[in-house]
Design a protein around this ligand. Structure first.
Ligand SMILES: Cc1ncc(C[n+]2csc(CCOP(=O)(O)OP(=O)(O)O)c2C)c(N)n1
Length: 285
């Protein structure tokens, strides 16, 4: 398949992920819309093309693994894994309800395809570093991908993981840094300034960094991930500049962290998302 066609398919997948993320959260009525939607395009590129996974054989040792360190973004992962075939997507419409397999934060013990349990910010990247080292020690194939939030990077544990990964030259580890500029209670810069920025910080910790200004477009994300595959002897960070809540009409302007819109606002958002999907499907390639 040529690259243009591939990007078109990934744009469609990203629009499907956005729509299903909204449906998953709507079924509960409230949840983490903002940080789910900012990551939708990266999830689509990873699971739609880049990652080597098999939903029919989810524990195959040489698979690529993904860890959602910003575990509150569970809905975007459930949407992606459902669309990818790990389970019927409708199962995820039980988000955060009693006895569900889809808790608000990702849990390895409950959800097919979720590799590691996250939710306490900072821990997921440490787990991912351990998984990448484990692959090296056991001489297994596959890579480990992990997604952290920019607010999450206020956690010291992120930087312990970062120095460890560089020290052990974990070139089978790629960290997606979702720089949407916001965290739970306000703009990331106002809560805790991040100096010269997260690209400079990962670089200073010995990572090879790729910065993507259009972090909600599939093609530059895909290009950066291809470059990351070529790097030897260092972990890679893909710093994505994204928009919190993108594609959710009630959240994308306010960039709110979690949302509980009225039924009317939900209906409006679903309709807009369905239209976006149909527009992308009808794009001329
Ligand atoms: C250790 C820890 N402290 C606090 C929280 C509560 N919390 C959940 S999400 C969040 C903000 C995270 O911001 P960011 O990483 O930027 O996420 P995004 O904006 O991408 O959703 C906080 C403080 C937590 N989950 N874990």
């Amino acid at each position: 398949m040529d690259k243009k066609q591939k990007m078109h398919e990934l744009r469609i997948f990203a629009a499907e992920v956005r729509l299903e993320t909204l449906k998953v959260i709507k079924a509960r009525g409230f949840g983490h819309v903002g940080g789910s939607m900012s990551l939708a395009d990266a999830m689509a590129v990873l699971y739609g093309d880049v990652m080597n996974v098999d939903p029919k054989n989810p524990t195959w040792p040489d698979r690529d693994e993904f860890v959602l360190s910003k575990g509150h973004g569970g809905p975007v992962m459930y949407a992606t894994l459902g669309l990818k075939g790990y389970y019927p997507i409708e199962e995820a419409y039980t988000l955060n309800q009693p006895h569900t397999k889809f808790p608000s934060h990702t849990d390895h013990l409950t959800t097919p395809g979720v590799e590691l349990t996250t939710g306490s910010l900072g821990q997921g990247i440490s787990e991912a570093v351990g998984a990448a080292l484990g692959k090296k020690v056991q001489k297994l194939g596959g890579r480990v991908y992990v997604a952290v939030g920019d607010g999450e990077c206020d956690e010291g544990q992120v930087w312990e993981a970062a120095e460890f990964a560089a020290h052990y030259k974990l070139d089978n580890l790629t960290c997606i840094v979702d720089v949407n500029g916001m965290q739970l209670d306000g703009p990331t810069d106002e809560i805790m300034g991040q100096g010269k920025g997260l690209a400079a910080k990962f670089d200073a910790f010995g990572w090879k960094v790729f910065e993507v200004e259009k972090g909600n477009e599939v093609e530059p994300i895909w290009d950066a991930l291809q470059e990351a595959l070529k790097v030897k002897d260092a972990p890679t960070a893909i710093v994505l500049h994204t928009h919190k809540g993108l594609g959710a009409t009630f959240a994308e302007v306010s960039m709110e962290h979690s949302s509980q819109p009225s039924p009317e606002k939900w209906a409006e958002a679903i309709e807009a998302s369905e239209k976006q999907l149909s527009d992308v499907r009808n794009e001329k390639v």
